[in-house]
Design a protein around this ligand. Structure first.
Ligand code: NAD
Length: 491
């Protein structure tokens, strides 16, 4: 972020990661301006809530239509500000619009008030549960999927009836501004998507600005800071953090299909995907075949055509360190190597084999088009190694038989069988991880409920001839209650 002092708030520039050219400048929102924005969102939130699910559905679908109409514009901006190749930008927008559509259409069904059984002892009560919006949600986003990732919180939070203050990454503020701009065009008169721009300081200010919940997506390190910042005010937090996803290839797998998926899972978006494939564990009987085919196909892929540059310059140092460390510890560079790292690109996929499990390339998030391929005795051992990670976001299994059983044993929030990264595109599925990958869920019914408070209401329908919760009760009432409890619980 380049600071430029201008006007009341300092401004920062957003740059093209390939040319270094300035794209635009944005204010660095400070504590005071963030608070003002939260107040603004809060003032708008009551009317948004009153619209109800049907009213919001119409407006959110209108937002979806505006974004669809302006698709070429955002794809060009994602190429420019984020460095994505066109295909990656289009795939991201496809998933993002699918989620907005799903959240708009399903919030009523998932969240509206419904009657629940009140049980034999409380049969005189009409019991309902309803999922009420929190009020104002602070959404802090990363740069790697600058539309799809924040929209996983924005669309679901808005559909649930909240207002949001959205702080996009300092690497993608123009894309964040485009989201706010299209919302304002489609939904005039409802100031419920308020943009706050700036770096980590602005994000930190949002955590302490009296929002009702923070939805954070980013690295595990920053996630821990967000959690600590929210602790004193007991502000609830949703944490969507990093990953080190593994693909397990069983001896009976379709090896060619597994290779194609592994390479796409590792290289799409230049490997900068939280749920990208970074490790592959291949059963010994098919290991050499997998590695040979993987090397052949990897040599055909090119940066600039098949995937874009690394968006954050500092990440190239991390990628190079992981490659160097893997080789120093006895791993092999099968395709590419340290020389592949040429700012702002990793020139082609780097395929490393037989990398010790205590290497940085196996343990830490690499976030580049680098694939570690290791041999295991069988798929069971592959799952064990996959699970020996601090992260637990997603993963994949390739097997002709028993794939679901292996998927069940993966210690992650999500798994694809005979495919990779298919779960984020299914809107009714929850997205999120465990361990160092965070907690809470976006997407699907769980993602809608994440932005609500379950509200339990009971309404007394009639008096019963047994007085318990009143001091008008007598000894006889207690004797009858005891008989009743014994009878009910002895069945
Ligand atoms: P990051 O943690 O550096 O930054 C994320 C956001 O947090 C940015 O907007 C940043 O300005 C803000 N921030 C920084 N310091 C802050 C602070 N102290 N308080 C509040 N906010 C602060 O992450 P990044 O580099 O932008 O994104 C990449 C990371 O995000 C990777 O680890 C990736 O795996 C993860 N990610 C996870 C998911 C998921 O859904 N699980 C999705 C996309 C990306």
């Amino acid at each position: 972020m380049t600071a430029i002092d201008a006007g009341a708030l300092p401004r920062f520039a957003t740059l093209d990661p390939v040319t270094g050219e300035e794209i635009d400048t944005f204010p660095v929102d400070d504590e005071r301006s963030v608070r003002e924005k939260v107040d603004r969102a809060r003032r708008a939130s009551a009317a948004w809530d009153r619209l109800g699910h049907a009213g919001r559905r119409q407006l959110l679908l209108a937002w979806r239509r505006v974004m669809a109409r302006r698709l070429p514009e955002i794809i060009a901006l994602m190429e420019r500000e984020n460095g994505k190749v066109k295909a990656d930008a289009l795939i991201e927008m496809t998933a993002a619009l699918t989620h907005l559509d799903w959240a708009a259409r399903h919030s009523g069904k998932v969240l509206r008030r419904r009657r629940v059984p009140s049980g034999l002892l409380m049969a005189n009560q009409y019991a309902t549960v309803e999922y009420r919006p929190f009020g104002v949600i602070g959404v802090i986003g990363p740069w790697n999927y600058p539309v799809h990732t924040p929209l996983g919180s924005l669309a679901y939070a808005l559909a649930a009836g909240n207002a949001v203050v959205f702080k996009p990454s300092e690497y993608t503020p123009a894309i964040g501004a485009w989201l706010a701009d299209t919302f304002a065009e489609a939904v005039p008169g409802h100031d419920v998507l308020v943009l706050a721009t700036g770096d980590g300081g602005t994000g930190a200010a949002l955590c302490t600005a009296c929002v009702d919940k923070i939805a954070f997506t980013g690295s595990a390190r920053t996630g821990a800071r967000v959690l600590a910042a929210c602790a004193p005010s007991l502000t609830p937090v949703l944490l969507e953090l990093g990953g080190k996803d593994a693909l397990v290839v069983a001896a009976d797998a379709d090896v060619d299909a597994a290779v194609e998926s592994a390479l796409w899972g590792a290289c799409s978006n230049a490997g900068q995907s939280c749920a990208g494939i970074e490790r592959v564990y291949v059963a010994a009987p098919v290991y050499e075949r997998f590695l040979g085919r993987c090397a052949e196909r990897a040599r055909e892929l090119r940066a600039g055509t098949d995937f874009g540059p690394v968006t954050m310059p500092g990440q190239l140092d991390v990628i190079r360190r992981h490659i160097d460390d893997a080789l120093a510890r006895g791993g092999r560079a099968v395709v590419g190597g340290p020389e592949s790292v040429r700012p702002p690109y990793v020139l082609g996929p780097v395929v490393l084999a037989d990398v010790p499990e205590d290497s940085a390339a196996v343990r830490e998030e690499t976030f580049g088009p680098v694939l570690v391929v290791n041999r295991v005795a069988d798929a069971e051992e592959g799952v064990e190694r996959a699970n020996a990670s601090a992260y637990g976001l997603g993963g994949a299994v390739f097997a002709r038989r028993g794939g679901l059983r292996l998927a069940e044993r993966m210690r992650t929030g999500m798994v694809s069988v005979n495919d990779v990264l298919s779960f984020p595109a299914v809107p009714s599925l929850p997205f999120g991880g465990r361990g160092a990958s965070g907690f809470g869920r976006i997407h699907g019914p769980d993602g809608l409920r994440e932005f609500t408070v379950p509200k339990a209401v009971t309404r007394k329908l009639f008096d019963v001839p047994l007085t318990v919760s009143s001091y008008a009760r007598g000894a006889k009432d207690m004797q009858r209650l005891q008989r009743l409890v014994t009878f009910i619980n002895s069945r």
